[in-house]
Each structure stands twice: as structure tokens, then as C-alpha cells.
Design a protein around this ligand. Structure first.
Ligand code: BJW
Ligand code: ZN
Length: 293
């Protein structure tokens, strides 16, 4: 008698080999081994503030200086980090010929929907050989990219003026002179000390900019493309997310409801475990390479 949910790698590979439309939904646990703190649990504090209270439009309106200091700290950390073995395994698996060697149909599709804003998934793809990168992007005939960063990117800045709204990538370190060194203040709150005119400004219109990420109450990026991909998915890998934040928390449920399978890669038990066909309990930087390699 098989055990359910299963943690048997052989059994997982059989399901993988028969899947046609595979998706990954990932969260902060994917980047934990790269040294990037998670949102809930141990990593969820910054200068005695709950980080979830800083990731809101209300917090930014009330205190843009404090929220910019928080994002400056996170930008510096993300940009100094390196992709770990879990990012690398997912990047490698997105190469069609690599999937084919693992027994997966050559015409299968693979999309990685990430809630992370750190850019490490893209950097892992860019670290693959040129041939592999060409293969990945050639396999996407539609305009949908293989990696969907649904909560934006920490290196993006977005104009707060509704008339402008210009968004651009700005990976400068520091992003503006006034924020230089504030990442060192780990306990002390120096909120409000940076006047708005010294915070990052729009390069088009000069208005205050904000981090180009999705806060609570805002609409995630690529929603239409994600919806389309979800409808076809028959296998969903849920990697390093607590599955508490919508809409991503709903994705494995949707796949399950339409007859697909769900596999969870997490160090802890999560909300999604009740619908899982596979649970690989442990660090995903170990379990993912074992399952996909
Ligand atoms: C490991 C590991 C290792 C560790 N290996 N595993 C009631 C009131 C108000 C709003 C709502 C409400 N009810 C529902 C909502 C909607 C709301 C929501 O879901 N809220 C709930 C929290 C209640 N969602 C939204 O508002 C979203 N938008 C939306 O729904 O739009 C639809 C809409 C459109 C138009 C009008 C109306 C509605 C937007 C959500 C945006 C979330 N933003 C943040 C910040 C992003 C920017 C930034 O990075 O600063 O996104 S919050 C934060 O949570 C971040 C994350 O992407 C997201 C998810 O967290 P994640 O990744 O799961 O991290 P953790 O820390 O929770 O979990 C880490 C996991 O890793 C743990 O399980 C560990 O065990 C594990 N782990 N090490 C494997 N080595
Ligand atoms: Zn502007």
C-alpha cells in the first residue's frame, strides 16, 4: 500500500515524466539558503518592525523614509547574494532538452511563477550556458516568459505620480546618496530623518518613486498570463512558500481541483499540505536537486 502524501522520489519522477504542463509556485524559502530572510517566522523582523507591516501602501504613505530604508536594506542584501542550488535546479529544469533527458515529454511546458522579488531566479538562468538559455527562450513561442515574477522586482522603481507612473530598473548601490549606509542601522530606527526630497526620484518627472513591488491590496503582475498557465497545469510544485498569501496560495488548489498533482518542498508543514500528493520535507536546496536532477 502506497503512502499518501508520498515522499518517494522514484514515484515523483514517474509523475514528472507523465506531466505535460508543469508549474512551480515559489516563495521566500527558495532564497533562504542564499541568506535572504523570509517574511514569517524567524526572518520576519527588521529594526523591531514586523516586515509585513512595512510591505503595505499605507506604511509607504505614512512614512516613505522608513519604507525606503527597509527596501534599501533588502536591495543591498539581494544584490550581494548568489543563486543557491534550488534556483539552479529550477533554471536547469526549464531547459527543454534537460527535461527530455529526465523522461519528460519534449513538448511539455514549464513555467516558474515566483513571489520573490530578489532576481535570483533570473540570475540562475543567466548563469546557464548560452545554448541552454537560447533553448529556454526559443521554446516560448508566445509572449509569456518562462519566469513570472508576480510580486515585481526589488531593483525596479516606480513613479508615485498617477500622471506618470514610469517604472524602470535601477540597480544602483545605494539607490540614492541619502540612503547610503542606513542598512547598517540594524536596531536603531532613523525613520523620518530623510526628507522626501532626498528619497529616490522619478527620472522622467522628478516625483517620489517607490519600490517596484506588489504590496498587500495591490494587483500582482502577469495576472492574465498566470491565469492562462494555471488552467492548463497538471503538476504544481510548491517551493518554499507558507501558502498564506493570495492569490499564489490558491494556485495549488486550482491545479488539484482540475485533476492535477501537487508536490510541496518546504522545511515545515504548510497550509497546502492537506491537498499534497507529495511532500518533500526539508531544505529545498537539497530536495529540489534530488527530485529534478
Ligand atoms: C523553506 C526553507 C528552505 C524556509 N527550503 N522551504 C484581508 C485583508 C486584506 C487583504 C486580504 C485579506 N484576505 C486576503 C487578502 C489578499 C492579500 C492576502 O493574501 N492577505 C493574506 C495575508 C490575508 N493578498 C493581496 O493583497 C495580494 N493581491 C491580491 O490579492 O490582489 C487581488 C486583487 C486585485 C485587485 C483588487 C483586489 C484584489 C497581493 C499580495 C502582495 C504580497 N506582498 C509581499 C511583499 C512583496 C514585496 C517585498 O518582497 O517586499 O509579498 S508580502 C510577502 O508575502 C511577500 C511574499 O512574496 C509573500 C509570500 O510569502 P512567502 O514567500 O510564502 O514567505 P513566508 O515567509 O511566508 O514563507 C516562507 C516559507 O519558506 C515557510 O513556509 C518556511 O517554512 C519555508 N522555508 N526555509 C524550503 N530552505
Ligand atoms: Zn514620474
Amino acid at each position: 500500500q502506497e503512502q499518501h502524501p508520498s515522499s518517494n522520489i522514484q514515484e515523483f519522477r514517474e509523475v514528472l515524466a507523465s506531466a505535460r504542463n508543469i508549474i512551480v509556485v515559489s516563495g521566500a524559502g527558495l532564497s533562504a539558503a542564499s541568506g535572504i530572510p523570509t517574511f514569517r517566522g524567524d526572518g520576519g523582523m527588521w529594526r523591531r518592525h514586523n516586515v509585513l507591516e512595512l510591505a503595505t501602501p499605507q506604511a509607504f504613505r505614512k512614512n516613505p523614509s522608513q519604507v525606503w530604508q527597509f527596501y534599501h536594506y533588502r536591495r543591498e542584501k539581494a544584490n550581494a547574494s548568489q543563486p543557491n542550488n534550488a534556483h539552479k535546479a529550477l533554471a536547469y529544469f526549464s531547459v527543454p532538452s534537460v527535461r527530455e533527458r529526465l523522461g519528460v515529454d519534449r513538448d511539455s511546458t514549464f513555467y516558474h511563477i515566483t513571489q520573490n522579488v530578489d532576481g535570483l531566479n533570473l540570475r540562475a538562468i543567466q548563469a546557464l550556458s548560452q545554448n541552454h538559455q537560447t533553448e529556454i527562450f526559443a521554446s516560448f513561442t508566445s509572449s509569456t516568459p518562462p519566469l513570472l515574477e508576480m510580486h515585481g522586482r526589488i531593483n525596479n522603481v516606480q513613479c508615485t505620480s498617477p500622471q506618470c507612473g514610469f517604472t524602470e530598473c535601477n540597480p544602483s548601490s545605494p539607490i540614492c546618496p541619502a540612503l547610503a549606509g542606513t542598512e547598517q542601522y540594524l536596531d536603531q530606527d532613523i525613520a523620518n530623518t530623510i526628507p522626501v526630497q532626498d528619497l529616490p526620484k522619478c527620472s522622467r518627472c522628478g516625483a517620489l518613486t517607490r519600490p517596484g513591488v506588489v504590496w498587500f491590496g495591490e494587483t500582482p503582475y502577469h495576472s492574465r498570463a498566470i491565469n492562462y498557465i494555471l488552467q492548463k497545469a497538471d503538476l504544481c510544485l510548491v517551493v518554499g512558500t507558507s501558502s498564506l498569501v493570495k492569490p499564489a496560495a490558491d494556485f495549488p488548489h486550482q491545479v488539484k481541483n482540475q485533476g492535477g498533482k501537487v508536490a510541496i518542498f518546504n522545511t515545515e508543514r504548510t497550509q497546502a499540505d492537506s491537498i499534497a500528493d507529495f511532500i518533500f520535507l526539508g531544505p529545498c536546496e537539497t530536495t529540489l536537486p534530488a527530485c529534478l536532477g
